[in-house]
Design a protein around this ligand. Structure first.
Ligand SMILES: Cc1ncc(COP(=O)(O)O)c(C=O)c1O
Length: 373
């Protein structure tokens, strides 16, 4: 019996993150500044996109993506129903209508066939969620989408690769989350990746109330009067700051190692549950689909009883997600049979790089015991 609760997620920090934060605090520049710029440069290289804009969350990045693509009143944007509500809220923020699509039975990500059925004259964009960290089949989706821009919601997928290419540079815009429990964890943070340099410049203004120069740009680079700036359109205040960016730089350097450990834990679960017919493991990686393994979402018979059994033995679990078209805020939406059918069996097992081998063995043994093994 584990005496300590085993967390579902946990950031993987050591003295390097603590030192990085201390360095920023000592420097006296804790807002939007040089660490944010450095993170943006490194993350653009990492994701393969030409530009990266640091933001305070993936929700802000998704909202920005909608704005950049011109989503407005009367426009429809297609989203999968198995996702976090941010993926659809960002459409409503911009007065558009989310059109929910069903998910692929095996991978739980956007079902391209259902997307094809839902495309209409008002479809302005499609948001593809790389669910659990596994890349969406972007080539198949692009065939269906034609000229409609695809936004990648990469909240789960930092470090994932599709046909050898990093996610975030595969569609029109990529949106990342660096929230406390994500693969690259800053506490709070996000980024938008994009190839269009003009749109990236606009995003940099819009994250800073629409002001055309950040305080850092004004002090470090600009030779005009320090107080002078223009505001041509109204933006939010949604930029990344240097404290979080400094944590992000350390986390980025550790990301491959962290994701390797995540993959090894999922492999251990997969091997250990192979003889339990009541459990279905997530789709495995192959040459084309390399997941970042943010989630280990299993489909489990007697899910509710299992989650209580694990909780009572100090193992936290979660459910990602109740299909979001069922939430009242989106009104009455037509039924999406695959997602609704799978939801009662969905369960996320603990998955983070800091899990010890002993904890993994304990989780495996406890789950096996539940099913009488
Ligand atoms: C699929 C998905 N999209 C977007 C978000 C929003 O991310 P953030 O918390 O950084 O705003 C999340 C957060 O969990 C998510 O899981």
């Amino acid at each position: 019996m584990s005496t300590e609760m085993i967390q579902l997620f946990k950031p993987w920090y050591d003295d390097r993150e603590i030192e990085a934060v201390a360095e920023v605090l000592r420097s006296g520049w804790v807002g939007l500044g040089p660490k944010t710029a450095e993170f943006e440069k490194r993350f653009a290289q990492f994701s393969g996109a030409a530009c990266c804009v640091g933001l305070n969350s993936c929700t802000a990045a998704l909202d920005m993506a909608m704005r950049l693509l011109g989503v407005n009143h009367g426009d429809e944007v297609i989203v999968p129903t198995v996702t976090f509500v941010s993926t659809a809220h960002c459409i409503a923020y911009n007065l558009g209508t989310p059109i929910f699509a069903d998910v692929n039975e095996r991978t739980l990500d956007l079902d391209a066939t259902d997307v094809a059925r839902k495309i209409g004259p008002r479809t302005k964009a499609i948001i593809a969620v790389h669910y659990g960290g596994r890349p969406v089949d972007m080539d198949a989706l692009k065939q269906v989408a034609g000229s409609i821009p695809i936004v990648e919601d990469c909240a789960h997928a930092t470090g994932a690769r599709y046909k050898g290419r990093s996610v975030g540079g595969l569609g029109a815009v990529g949106c990342f989350s660096f929230h406390a429990v994500k693969n690259l964890a800053m506490g709070e943070g996000g980024a938008l990746t994009i190839n269009d340099k003009q749109m990236a410049q606009r995003a940099k203004r819009l994250r800073w109330l629409g002001i055309d120069k950040g305080t850092w740009d004004r002090t470090a680079l600009d030779k005009s009067y320090w107080w002078e700036y223009s505001v041509d359109e109204i933006g939010l205040k949604s930029h990344l700051n240097d404290v979080h960016a400094a944590i992000g730089l350390v986390q980025l350097a550790k990301l491959e190692e962290a994701n390797r450990r995540r993959r090894a834990i999922v492999d251990a679960y997969r091997q250990a549950f192979a003889d339990i017919p009541q459990i279905r493991m997530p789709a495995p990686d192959d040459a084309d689909f390399e997941s970042a393994w943010h989630l280990c979402e299993i489909l489990a018979e007697s899910r509710d009883e299992l989650s209580v059994f694990l909780q009572e033995r100090n193992i936290s679990t979660g459910v990602h997600y109740k299909p979001i078209h069922l939430y009242r805020c989106y009104g009455n939406r037509p039924s999406l049979p695959v997602a609704e059918g799978l939801f009662p069996r969905m369960l996320s097992l603990p998955l983070h790089p800091g899990l010890t081998d002993e904890q993994v063995r304990y989780i495996i043994a406890t789950l096996r015991r539940f099913y009488g093994k």
